[in-house]
Design a protein around this ligand. Structure first.
Ligand SMILES: [Zn+2]
Length: 531
């Protein structure tokens, strides 16, 4: 029989709406009782393992309601060049090359030659000197330039000595040969030569990503990558190695495989893996001005690109519902959100007779620009607003430039909350760092970590309070897991998933809170991470 566990002398938030308690009694992966030290000790026989938490704070484990585990795994397995000098990067490439079999790719992200002395790009020869047998592809922070070695170019069929390489995408040495710096679509020519990971490799990488997320305080996620990742999750789950509760969303472009493999059933595979939503794209993004807008971007005629019409979303949605899938629609521009809401309204009308209570609510991802007239429709139509608060603070300059006055209704988290919409909070990692305390900080301050754009935050009326933000990072996204035990709370009967923090974030300043690193993370009553 599994031993029971008692945690005493802590400051435990069972949820966000009741005062903290002192102690928890855990058994078989669940919280059995939450109460005073005395209450917990009185139900704990001598055989109970007891932990004195010495006044530390315990929160329910946090959920990231929008991230990409495969992309995040790839990023974690690559070299992080951010903030490093050229010499430091070359040293990391040398070490990586030593640890890998010949021929395996070395990928890196985030170098910025403008910060180097002198502020000049590196060369293919410099990379060749530290990695003679492994192709190297290092992406610049801008993602518009990449630094490669000779082997990477050869694999991509690029002859560095060829006089025919286009000068606008290949920087050249004085003798006319390729320098090893590629711009724009020449990068794609190399990137597409990198072989797909084997399912086993992907599953292995996923274990590292799981450990990384535990270290940040994340115990559950809603995941948005494709079918290969679904298979990797199924593998880990079958091996009983999954210790992150994952709602796996699937992509419309894999629809045939989804229905053939009956992933709706297959993914509902126990306490750690559940089938989520079907993901569609209604538009593009802000930066490339491809988010679909009701009116043109500032000082242009461009209104972006609507990728699916109302009719198309409606027909995909009705078909998806027949197979048990509700929709998760990527919509960044105000036209994309409006079109998505219109389509959902039509789907709801067609489906009122159907009344299948096991279906998930539809959700819209990002909702960056929003026509204020559409605010009340989220609640009215039962659509979840899935938002990424760090996007607001990292986008604010671009948004001001491209959307002007419309920014007062953009990233309108508090307005959505006040309208009665249910909020999910996430990061879109690896687009933003998966740190939930950064999300919380951005949501309540509307500032970057450097305090920009001003002490009140960007459009401060759109700040959420801690409780609202935390609901969106726990109970709201956790509610739909559909497992017998709840997650996102520590009420008796819930999963014993929680994080241990040295200090209570509620009494810290926002910037101190943003720097929190959990001391421990527990999943199903077992410690899965210690700092
Ligand atoms: Zn995403």
């Amino acid at each position: 029989m599994t031993k029971a566990t008692a945690l005493i002398n802590a400051r435990i938030y069972v949820d966000w709406h009741n005062p903290p308690v002192e102690a928890l009694h855990l058994e078989r992966g669940l919280v059995r009782l939450a109460g005073t030290n005395r209450q917990i000790l009185s139900v704990s026989p001598d055989s109970t393992k007891k932990f004195d938490m010495q006044g530390m704070t315990i929160w329910p484990g946090l959920c990231d309601a929008h991230l990409h585990l495969e992309h995040l795994s790839n990023q974690l397995a690559s070299i992080n060049c951010e903030g490093l000098s050229k010499a430091e990067i070359l040293e990391l490439v040398r070490l990586k090359a030593q640890s890998l079999p010949n021929g395996a790719w070395i990928i890196g992200f985030g170098f910025n030659q403008n910060d180097w002395t002198p502020p000049e790009y590196g060369t293919a020869q410099e990379l060749d000197a530290v990695s003679a047998h492994n192709p190297v592809l290092l992406h610049a922070k801008s993602l518009h330039a990449a630094w490669v070695n000779t082997q990477a170019m050869r694999i991509a069929g690029i002859d560095p000595k060829s006089p025919n390489l286009p000068a606008d995408t290949f920087l050249k040495e004085k003798d006319g040969s390729a320098k090893g710096i590629l711009l724009e679509h020449a990068i794609e020519q190399i990137a597409k030569c990198i072989p797909q990971k084997s399912p086993r490799q992907l599953a292995n990488d996923l274990l590292e990503t799981q450990a990384y997320l535990h270290s940040l305080g994340i115990t559950s996620v809603h995941e948005f990558d494709d079918i290969a990742l679904a298979n990797a999750l199924l593998t880990l789950n079958a091996q009983d190695k999954l210790r992150l509760r994952v709602m796996k969303n699937m992509r419309l472009n894999s629809w045939d495989l989804i229905t053939q493999g009956d992933y709706r059933q297959t993914l509902n595979a126990g306490n750690y893996l559940r089938a989520g939503w079907l993901k569609l794209f209604a538009d593009g993004a802000l930066g490339p001005q491809s988010a679909a807008m009701l009116a043109p971007y500032e000082n242009t005629q461009n209104k972006g690109i609507l990728l699916m019409s109302e009719k198309e979303i409606e027909s995909v949605g009705l078909n998806a519902l027949e197979h048990g899938w509700s929709l998760s629609i990527h919509a960044i521009g105000d036209l994309a959100t409006q079109t998505s809401l219109n389509a959902i309204e039509r789907i709801n009308r067609a489906k009122t007779s159907h009344n299948n209570t096991s279906l998930l609510p539809h959700r819209i991802e990002h909702i960056q620009a929003l026509d204020p007239a559409d605010l009340s429709r989220f609640n009215a139509l039962g659509v979840v607003a899935s938002i990424q608060p760090v996007h607001a603070t990292s986008d604010h300059l671009v948004a001001e430039r491209l959307w002007g006055e419309r920014c007062q209704h953009a990233y309108a988290y508090k307005s959505l909350q006040d309208s009665g919409a249910e909020l999910f909070l996430g990061t879109d990692a690896p687009v933003e760092i998966a740190n939930p305390f950064h999300t919380l900080y951005a949501a309540i301050t509307r500032q970057t970590l450097a305090g920009e754009p001003n002490p009140d935050g960007w459009y401060p009326a759109q700040r959420l309070n801690m409780h609202q933000a935390l609901d969106g990072m726990t109970v709201n996204p956790a509610r739909y897991f559909g497992t017998p035990a709840q997650t996102g709370t520590l009420k008796p009967g819930s999963n014993a998933d929680f994080i241990v923090l040295e200090k209570d974030p509620f009494i810290l300043s926002p910037i101190e809170m943003a720097k929190i690193k959990p001391v421990m993370t527990w999943v199903a009553g077992k410690c899965v991470y210690t700092s």
